[in-house]
Structure formats: C-alpha cells, structure tokens
Design a protein around this ligand. Sequence first.
Ligand SMILES: NC(=O)c1ccc[n+]([C@@H]2O[C@H](COP(=O)([O-])OP(=O)(O)OC[C@H]3O[C@@H](n4cnc5c(N)ncnc54)[C@H](OP(=O)(O)O)[C@@H]3O)[C@@H](O)[C@H]2O)c1
Length: 281
Amino acid sequence: MSSRVDQFALVGVMGWPVMHSRSPILHNFLFTQHGLNGAYIPLAVKPDHLEAALRALAPLGFSGCNITIPHKEHALALVDASESVARRIGAVSCITVRHDGSLLGSNNDAFGFIHNVLQQQPSWRGDAGPVAVIGAGGGARAIVYALATHGAREIRVINRTFERAETLARESGAPIEPIHWDDRHRALDGVAMLVNTTSQGMVGHPPLDLALDTLPTTALVCDIVYVPLETPLLAAARRRGNPTVDGLGMLLHQVRPAWKAWFGIDPEITPELRAAVEATL
Ligand SMILES: NC(=O)c1ccc[n+]([C@@H]2O[C@H](COP(=O)([O-])OP(=O)(O)OC[C@H]3O[C@@H](n4cnc5c(N)ncnc54)[C@H](OP(=O)(O)O)[C@@H]3O)[C@@H](O)[C@H]2O)c1
C-alpha cells in the first residue's frame, strides 16, 4: 500500500451542478472495501471559482479530484502539467496533486469507455468496421480518441451542430467523416458499432431521435448516458437483437487510473461495486 494513504485520504469531484454525481458512492465504497481511512466529497464549484478551487486542493490536503461538467476543458488550461491523452482529447477528467503541490491533469474517459466495452463484450475490436458516433461534445472527443487508438478506420460523427463535428474531425486527427444531423438515420447503414455521446435519453431529456432501421442487427450499440441504466436507445437496440453496452461501466472503470495516480492502488471493478452504484440509479 502506498505511503500516500497512511494518513486520511481526501479526494472529490468538482462540477456545477455536482450533487447528481454517483462518484462519491463509488469511491467511498472502495475506501471501505480497501479498509482505508478517507473520504470522497462532491465539490460544487461555480465556473468562475474553478481556478481558486483547484489551487486550494494542495493546502487542504487533497490527493486529487475528478473534474466533471462544465469544467473539463477549462481545467486543462489551469493545471501545471498534463498527460498527452488529456491534451489530445482537449479536456481533463482527473487531477493529481503531486508531492510539490503542483497539479497534474489526466483524462480517464477513454480508458473507462474501452475497458467497459471490453468487460461487457470481450471479443470487441475497434477495427471491426465503421463506427457511428452521435454527438461532438466533450464525451465524444474522448470516445473518438479511444476508437482511433483502438484501430477504428472510419468514424462517422453525427452532430446536431454540423460545424462542431467538422471541428472535431480537424482537431482530433482521427479518421472522421462529419455527417449532417438530417442524414443521421441512413448513416447507420453498415456500421459495426453505434455510440451515443449526447445527453439525449438521460433522465429529464427526451429520447435520442434516431431510427435504427438501417443499423445491422450485429452492430454493438453503446450509450455513455447511465441514468437511466437502459436508455430508450439501448432498449430499442436490445428489442431488435443488437448487443448493447450501458454507460455505467465507463464511470466505474475510470476509478482504476485515478486510484493508481492518487494512492498507488489498482482497485478491481467487482459486481459488488457496480451493484452499490446501480442501487442508487
Ligand atoms: N459514462 C460516463 O462516464 C460519462 C462520461 C462523460 C460524459 N457522460 C455523459 O455524456 C453526456 C454528454 O456529455 P458531454 O460532456 O459530451 O456534454 P457536451 O459537451 O455538453 O455535449 C453535448 C452533446 O449533446 C448534443 N445535444 C444536446 N442536446 C441535443 C439535442 N436536443 N438533440 C441532439 N443533440 C443534442 C450536443 O450537440 P450540439 O453540439 O449540437 O449542441 C453535443 O454533441 C452527458 O449525459 C454525460 O453525463 C458520461
């Protein structure tokens, strides 16, 4: 066990709003499971206060924190150093306070996505065929990075605001074909995988407006939204026989690189951990 957890371990998540986050349940379950003396705290930080809040981490004795909506891109500009994956994605999802008090930014979204897919569909391959990604926001940037680094050769990015899909294609260096929103239904023709990265289908939002008629029934359908666990998209895909992967595991798997960086521990993602979070959804 790392000497970093010999004392009380303090970590958390900065977001605005943040009280909906399931991360405290997840991490506090792990503190108990590993017999560690520590706490994971939701930190409601207004956008204007992000820099001051980040600078307070070291003096308050935090080992680090996660970063969520809407701070991920701003945090990249505020940290003292960043890992190349965070720079490639253009956003920070996790910060580690280093021994000298400086802040290192990383991004574990892509790691979480890939390891969740592989846990639920072990035979998955990124180069199995074209992939359709719905959305071009922060989540999509991480998914596109994950797919490109796992061999995807054709990524159709379909976004309501076409210019944002074009920007992602230009900035990511991934093999992206930007697609207009009006063409979204037929853009599913022949894909091996479909990923929703928009907030559509999340509780409080309307379902994603997407007809699956042209989608091959062998295509793997993923949603990164995890409240509800089975989004209307995943329910429709399951009914027509497509294999599906829900978004909760993406959140769960992100704790592994975070705990490695904060405490030198690689926690196992167990069914008990998943059940503890699932019980709150
Ligand atoms: N499972 C996980 O670990 C994980 C990790 C990250 C994010 N997420 C989830 O992923 C979702 C998106 O997060 P984000 O950070 O990518 O948000 P974001 O940067 O704000 O992007 C939102 C995306 O949704 C699209 N969108 C919003 N309203 C829409 C509508 N009415 N019709 C069609 N498209 C619409 C946006 O299109 P425009 O560009 O046209 O606005 C944009 O592509 C959230 O629900 C978040 O909780 C989950």
